[in-house]
Ligand binder design. Structure first.
Ligand SMILES: NC(=O)c1ccc[n+]([C@@H]2O[C@H](COP(=O)([O-])OP(=O)(O)OC[C@H]3O[C@@H](n4cnc5c(N)ncnc54)[C@H](O)[C@@H]3O)[C@@H](O)[C@H]2O)c1
Length: 381
């Protein structure tokens, strides 16, 4: 089996998730290649000890990401750093000839995304993908297959949501994701938008105009040092887009909420159509729901337990549940498979052009949310 040697830039929450997925690669049964993490980088030196302790393959640690880019042994980079840094670091990774799985949102605004795109265009030999793991849940794949089979007929509405709730606590200490200078003016849309746009864009549903309702409840948070700090970013966004279709336009509702009471990390996708409807939520991770309708017939939702029907085969018994860490690993399997010349199991990771389209949607949504107007989405660039 081919080995693809990785460097990780950003050893925080998501850097550790990738390391864990790579460390249990034996979980997967039908992969063309395996990742080996040989270098790690973080500004915070203390974070790298966890990697060297758990991954004997790591031979390089550095606080300067350019050291990883200069290492000829490294084939590919996973970069998981705060949004404001994407536009500086991603182009350097690509220019160095390293394949890249970059964390979303690929720049904290459209101008930064353009800078990343320019670097990618200059290196067509480098594979670049954007992280978005939730569609790798088996139930999400069922909804996608259902749509692709034509079972939906004319679409009535699509809703994609990503809901968090920990921000309802006013005592939660602030972090960079609530700082407009680091996270970006999109706020919750930048953080969660790729998660809700990925599948609609993959299925060809591009809104031509949007209206967004942006919610701001918490204006300051504890700074962790005994004081308070301004909390500037949008808490919740509900975007309603109009998707043109020759069979009748339909609404695409995108919800990115950080204050959704009771929700810890709920990603859901609901497609309603004249002939068929389908729904998946990570709240019921092994199930999906669907309905097939014929004129005059009964309207009955069916619920199916799927168990572990992953894109890439694994040792897990088919009856067992699939979870977040599995979705991360399946996304990684898709990226590594592409690097090894495969077809990513039929569902490749989000592309730079999908990341660009999601910026176009979010840029219009931000303008709509602040002006109260319906705003056309400009896909020209
Ligand atoms: N796919 C997902 O489900 C998901 C979930 C959470 C976050 N993310 C994304 O992952 C990225 C990182 O988020 P996180 O939650 O891991 O953040 P984090 O704060 O836990 O980790 C970011 C790390 O980057 C390091 N860093 C900052 N500047 C650096 C530099 N110049 N060089 C090297 N390291 C540097 C920080 O020290 C920190 O350890 C963001 O783009 C975020 O949107 C994705």
């Amino acid at each position: 089996m081919k080995t693809i040697r990785f460097g990780i830039i950003g050893c925080g929450l998501m850097g550790r998730e990738f390391a864990s997925a790579a460390a249990r690669w034996m979980h997967l049964t039908d992969t063309k290649a395996r990742p080996e993490i040989i270098g790690v980088c973080d500004k915070n030196e203390a974070l790298m000890g966890w990697f060297t302790t758990h991954l004997p393959s790591v031979t390089q640690t550095t606080t300067d990401f350019r050291d990883l880019l200069a290492n000829p042994e490294i084939d590919a980079i996973y970069c998981a750093v705060p949004h404001v840094l994407h536009a500086d670091i991603y182009p350097q990774i690509v220019a160095a000839g390293k394949h890249l799985l970059g964390e979303k949102p690929f720049g904290m605004d459209r101008a930064q995304n353009e800078a990343i795109d320019a670097a990618i265009a200059a290196r067509p030999d480098v594979l670049v993908r954007c992280s978005s793991e939730m569609p790798y849940f088996p139930g999400a794949q069922k909804v996608i297959d259902f749509v692709r089979s034509g079972a939906v007929g004319n679409v009535l509405e699509v809703e994609a949501a990503f809901l968090h709730s920990s921000d309802i606590n006013p005592d939660k200490v602030i972090n960079w994701k609530r700082d407009v200078n680091v996270n970006g003016a999109y706020g919750c849309m930048g953080d969660l938008g790729m998660h809700v746009c990925h599948v609609p864009l993959r299925l060809g549903w591009r809104p031509d105009r949007v209206h967004a309702s942006l919610v701001k409840q918490i204006t300051q948070r504890p700074d962790g040092k005994g004081g308070m700090a301004p909390c500037e970013t949008w808490d919740n966004a509900t975007i309603t887009g109009n998707v043109p279709s020759e069979n009748g336009n339909f609404p695409l509702v995108l919800k990115t909420w950080r204050i959704a009471p009771g929700e810890s990390n709920t990603w859901s996708l609901r497609v309603l159509g004249m002939n068929g409807s389908a729904f998946f939520t990570t709240k019921s991770p092994r199930q999906w729901q669907f309905m097939q309708y014929e004129a005059g017939g009964r309207q009955t939702w069916q619920v199916e337990d799927l168990g572990y029907q992953s894109l890439f085969g694994s040792i897990t018994g088919g009856i067992f549940e699939f979870g977040f860490a599995d979705a991360i690993q399946q996304m990684w399997a898709a990226f590594v498979d592409e690097l090894a010349g495969g077809d990513a199991g039929g569902f490749h990771c989000a592309t730079p052009s999908e990341a660009r389209a999601h910026h176009n949607i979010l840029t219009a949504a931000l303008a709509s949310g602040t002006s109260g107007q319906v705003v056309p989405v400009d896909y020209a660039r």
